[in-house]
Design a protein around this ligand. Sequence first.
Ligand code: PLP
Length: 371
Amino acid sequence: MTDWFDEHVPRHVRTLDVYQPGKPIEELERELGISGAIKVASNENPLGPSPKALEVLPAALSQLHLYPDAGGFALRRAIAAKLGLDLAQIALGNGSNDLLYQLVLATCEPTDEVLSHKYAFLSYRLAAQVAGRPFVAAPTTPELACDVDALIAAITPRTRLVVLGSPNNPTGSVVTKAGAERVLAALPPRALLVIDEAYAEYAAQYPEVDHVDGLALLRSDRRVIVLRTFSKIYGLAGIRIGYAAGDKAVLDVLGRVGRTFHVSSLAQIAAIAALDDDEHVAKSAAHARAQLERMRAEIKGPGVKVYPSLSNFVLIDCARPSTAVYEALLRRGVIVRPMAAWGLPGAIRVSVCRDSELPRVIQTINDVLAS
Ligand SMILES: Cc1ncc(COP(=O)(O)O)c(C=O)c1O
């Protein structure tokens, strides 16, 4: 098998990093022989799916024999109206990750570089590697945030896509308005700036913290593409739906590399309803903010640092190898995400949970960090 692999699989695929998603809670409980575990490992919305989305889904089931609307018109129209953009400035994806992969395929020649930073969301690297395009990771600030000067220094004439999460996963850090403008000013002629705003609705409740508004930036500069998702605050991670907002010429090319019918009818219908669910968004955002404040105030230990975050998770520097911390937490029924694969071997990432679960999550982490 190894010979076959070496002989037949292209080099850029042989050397691919494999994204390791968090295991389902049932699988871990079975493996460990435990029950009542709490999973805070995948940045999901613990308040559940948007109730408005749940309301419309049953009626859609009887239409499942029909193909979905490949153009996604109703949802794109709804998103465009909400954001004050044209229909042609919105593209749909099977999650926002899907759109990132499409962007790389649609815009990068084989030697064009995808640029981000060392602690950026892993998908940016993967999207480049899957397409066989070089990925360049600029150094970050000591606080693990995007270092705009270092990022600009890493730009070359071959840079085609600069991808920045704001807030970024797993650091929770944001790109400032001025920082994003400086990156734009430094882009080579053919390059685009992709701002991944998977957690935008959480970040919106921190007007006191300077962070880029991707949509405002794209209104002033055609080279900006904003990625958004229904997986986080709308609670629809399982149905897979996200969108890109940007220049219509760029988004039109995405349609050429994407698969037809890659966004299901249920996803489109759920997202249209969720888009109007201001109550769920407001509740989820306030809930996340309150929980992050408690985690930052109450999680403690020798040398331990909880990073600031404008999202629905925190990064914790455990000041020791975090795989052992992860395993100790697992045995106590708290499932976090160890960050070694992300280049942070001393850190874990902890997502928000139900309010009834938070005291146990904090206490268990503190117990393990104190031991
Ligand atoms: C920064 C960031 N971007 C994108 C995604 C993926 O979103 P989707 O589920 O829409 O593919 C995530 C999910 O964890 C994320 O953290």
